[in-house]
Design a binder for this molecule. Sequence first.
Ligand SMILES: [Ca+2]
Length: 124
Amino acid sequence: MRSIFVRLIAAAAVAGTVTVGAASTANAHGPCRAGFFCAFDGNNYSGELLESNAPAGSDHISVARDRVNSGINHTANYWCAVNDGFPGDQTIWSFAPGSHVRTMGAQYNKTDWFYVRTRAQQCD
Ligand SMILES: [Ca+2]
């Protein structure tokens, strides 16, 4: 009987630890989950437009046209913002792994799509 009681307490303690750990992880990563890249409509990560964990090598990841203004990169890869246009598409921002960009400054409201590259490749 004592053995069962000890096991129940141990299980409850583990469950409690998991819950606390998950909550603190969410806080530490702000509005974008671990392992994901997030793009936002406004400054300071307001109005999420994209949340993706697309792998390195991905191209033409669509996002609402001409609206991205901030981003959080919780992936191990570079996320590269592209403004399509004439005469050609242009990479206008490089979100390094782990970076938080509160505002894209002069590049606000220009991004049309993203591509993803490894740390070694980086953005064009
Ligand atoms: Ca554009």
